[in-house]
Design a protein around this ligand. Structure first.
Ligand SMILES: *[C@@H]1O[C@H](CO)[C@@H](O)[C@H](O)[C@H]1NC(C)=O
Ligand SMILES: *[C@@H]1O[C@H](CO)[C@@H](O)[C@H](O)[C@H]1NC(C)=O
Ligand SMILES: *[C@@H]1O[C@H](CO)[C@@H](O)[C@H](O)[C@H]1NC(C)=O
Ligand SMILES: *[C@@H]1O[C@H](CO)[C@@H](O)[C@H](O)[C@H]1NC(C)=O
Ligand SMILES: *[C@@H]1O[C@H](CO)[C@@H](O)[C@H](O)[C@H]1NC(C)=O
Ligand SMILES: *[C@@H]1O[C@H](CO)[C@@H](O)[C@H](O)[C@H]1NC(C)=O
Ligand SMILES: *[C@@H]1O[C@H](CO)[C@@H](O)[C@H](O)[C@H]1NC(C)=O
Ligand SMILES: *[C@@H]1O[C@H](CO)[C@@H](O)[C@H](O)[C@H]1NC(C)=O
Length: 610
């Protein structure tokens, strides 16, 4: 309560002092201008999942990547895995991957990286590093090169920080992404700066309060320009200092810098690796609350859970919207926030805001009147109400003028809502962002699902996310196809399915249309190591040493496979890299009508859940 009061007074002075000066405040504000001729603010992608289409720009990216980048990427991965496994792979693996059968025969791989705060961001980064063909240890472990060969990379919440920061920083190696590089200039990427707390920066509560005031000041211009502003904007300004270009550890507290304000999701299409089709196509997602139009400011729904039937929204550099059959519509990301098709908004799609939306857990906190002041967002809500009065708005969600107003009446719950209110993409229970990778038009063969939520009391995964995805796929039938997975957490735990890589969908019929899912969960420490990867989601700062130790341990998690007995006790499975290669090519093999063969047969016996 005390911080609350101090904050208001300090804030009023602060605002009058810096208002109109801060660079970030100017750059964060969207601008309005006449829409370019021929602009369509809505693309209907279709509600029939079998006939849905990708946007032209995404389709172009994917086609160009497939012909210009992936043939070399797959050939290189194939060499890595063959040179670094003690077993011979069946001939069809290399025949497919080396491109002998043409680029149409190559596998179509997607990777999904889960939510779960910084723990999940670091866990996902560790797995991606183990798949990175630029890392010699990963190459020697026989996994390196898969990251370069993936078509899509999806993230939510902590995973959205990973996916979006990696993409906008021009696809550096994971250690460079997390720890920064010496040569980064003022506008470059300065690393994740994990020692500084994401939610409560500063050395003490006074400094934290000052940071909060600054973050609120930075979003003021957006409000003044007539756009809705909520905690997701303010939270995003903190995230910007960690996951967007423009901040180093040294200038973290410098209030005169832009700290990534002005850098947009649509702008990611301009970074050089994106222009060269050299990164997997990045997608981040957020869940939606159903908005009921109401004249009062609605702050709270304590302990809210998002129903699985609510639309899931995805954001990529080109388009934002939903493939869910209830909506099936997109708007150009660069024009997100536009009031109507004659006046277009530019700069609403700030990267920090999208990151804030995807990780907006604030609606699930206890923000009842009695608990608000002592909750982490109490001071932010207070400052917003004080300095940016608004009506009819969820202050505890990310609010976006609804581009799909009036659309899909009868199926789209928000058709009559002027605002879409979005929250953390994991709030419906699906912490792993599989939905974008299940879209039939994307045609994925294999999905590497990286799952690091705090399901168990000791912050490990228990399969809840896959269970939720299976349930949603049933509810939305026939929009998505998903392989059978165990339907109780007990089964995952009893069979150790979260403690070792598990393949799902090994024996699906071709007409099932599902991808083969390679599940890599954060389910326990690797052989002989004390657990380091199960910190609470609320741990929002890591020293560099802690972060490095997590990366090292995740490398062992990702490269261990199912441990095998050996002379001196259990060891990593030397065949695991070969088994992963078998999984990655398996749908492509089936398309060719070739029998599963050689080591792939025994691999599937060990790694498949039946
Ligand atoms: C290779 O990956 C490991 C594990 O993620 C990491 O600790 C190491 O720094 C990486 N090496 C390089 C050169 O990036
Ligand atoms: C971010 O900085 C990196 C260099 O660190 C640069 O290559 C990249 O283009 C920048 N991204 C944006 C969106 O400005
Ligand atoms: C925080 O600010 C208050 C009021 O200005 C002051 O009394 C207190 O000593 C400060 N606390 C710290 C840790 O600096
Ligand atoms: C991409 O860069 C060009 C010039 O380098 C610039 O004109 C354009 O506005 C940029 N696009 C975005 C979306 O940032
Ligand atoms: C609007 O919200 C208030 C406060 O939550 C509630 O009491 C009221 O019933 C709502 N009105 C409508 C029309 O939903
Ligand atoms: C479009 O939005 C602008 C800005 O809010 C408003 O001034 C204008 O009247 C709107 N035009 C139409 C046709 O609704
Ligand atoms: C929320 O907090 C208030 C005040 O501390 C408490 O009375 C209430 O039971 C809490 N609600 C929930 C759902 O935990
Ligand atoms: C699960 O792992 C434990 C210890 O790691 C082992 O004792 C047990 O046999 C395993 N269960 C199965 C079904 O593999």
């Amino acid at each position: 309560m005390k911080t609350f009061g101090v904050c208001f007074i300090a804030c009023a002075c602060y605002l009058s002092r810096v208002s109109g000066q801060a660079l970030a405040a100017q750059k964060y504000a969207p601008t309005l201008q006449p829409c370019p001729g021929g602009t369509a603010l809505v693309r209907e992608a279709g509600s029939n999942a079998y006939t849905q289409t990708l946007g032209d720009e995404e389709a172009g990216y994917i086609a160009a990547r497939r012909s210009l980048v992936l043939p070399n990427a797959w050939a290189s991965y194939s060499r890595n895995v063959q040179q670094n496994t003690p077993v011979a792979l069946p001939a069809y693996v290399d025949t497919i991957l080396s491109g002998l059968l043409g680029k149409e025969a190559l596998p179509n791989l997607g990777i999904a990286s889960s939510g779960g705060g910084l723990r999940a961001a670091l866990f996902g980064a560790g797995v991606l590093s183990a798949l990175d063909g630029r890392n010699q240890s990963s190459v020697q472990a026989g996994l390196g090169g898969l990251l370069q060969a993936a078509q899509y990379l999806s993230g939510l919440s902590g995973g959205s920080w990973l996916v979006s920061s990696l993409s906008q920083a021009d696809f550096p190696t994971l250690p460079d992404l997390i720890f920064g590089t010496q040569q980064a200039d003022a506008d470059g990427f300065g690393g994740w700066i994990t020692p500084e707390n994401l939610l409560q920066p500063g050395a003490n509560s006074n400094e934290t309060a000052e940071f909060l005031e600054l973050f609120v000041e930075e979003v003021h211009g957006k409000w003044a320009a007539g756009f809705p502003v909520s905690v997701a904007d303010v939270w995003g300004r903190s995230l910007a200092r960690h996951f967007v270009n423009g901040t180093t550890a040294d200038d973290f507290a410098d209030a005169t810098l832009a700290h990534g304000a002005g850098l947009t999701l649509s702008g990611v299409a301009n970074v050089s690796t994106f222009r060269a089709y050299a990164q997997p196509f990045p997608i981040v997602i957020a869940d939606s609350l159903v908005n009921r139009p109401n004249g009062t400011v609605v702050i709270i729904e304590p302990d809210e859970i998002v129903p699985l039937v609510n639309p899931i929204y995805e954001f990529n550099a080109y388009e934002s919207g939903s493939f869910d059959p209830m909506l099936g519509a997109f708007t150009p990301t660069k024009f997100l926030g536009s009031p109507n098709s004659s006046v277009c908004a530019l700069g609403f799609d700030q990267l920090s805001f999208i990151q804030g939306a995807s990780s907006n857990l604030f609606n699930s906190m206890n923000t009842s009147a009695a608990a608000l002041a002592s909750s982490a967002i109490g001071p932010i809500i207070g400052l917003i109400e004080e300095t940016m009065p608004q009506t009819g708005l969820r202050l505890d969600a990310a609010d976006i003028p609804n581009p799909f107003f009036g659309l899909a009446q009868g199926t789209f719950v928000d058709t009559n809502s002027k605002i879409l209110s979005l929250v953390d993409g994991g709030e419906d229970g699906q912490t792993t962002p599989l939905q974008p990778l299940l879209v039939r038009a994307r045609g994925l063969d294999t999905i590497i699902a990286i799952d690091a939520p705090a399901d168990t009391s000791d912050n490990f995964a228990d399969g809840s996310s896959l269970i939720a995805t299976q349930t949603r796929v049933q509810l939305l039938k026939p929009a998505y196809a998903f392989p059978p997975v165990p339907s109780t957490q007990t089964e995952y735990l009893a069979q150790n399915l979260t403690k070792r890589p598990t393949f799902f969908g090994c024996n699906s019929a071709p007409d099932a249309g599902d991808a083969l899912v390679v599940y890599i969960a954060n389910g326990g420490a690797p052989l002989g190591e004390p657990p380091l990867t199960n910190n609470p989601t609320a741990k929002l700062s890591y020293t560099a040493d802690e972060a490095q130790a997590v990366l090292n341990q995740v490398f062992d998690v990702a490269t261990q496979g199912i441990p095998v007995s050996a002379a001196g006790g259990e060891t990593k499975d030397p065949e695991w890299p070969a088994c992963l290669a078998c999984a990655v090519v398996d749908r492509a093999r089936r398309r060719l009508g070739v029998q599963r063969d050689g080591v792939c047969v025994s691999c599937f016996e060990r790694y498949c859940w039946s």
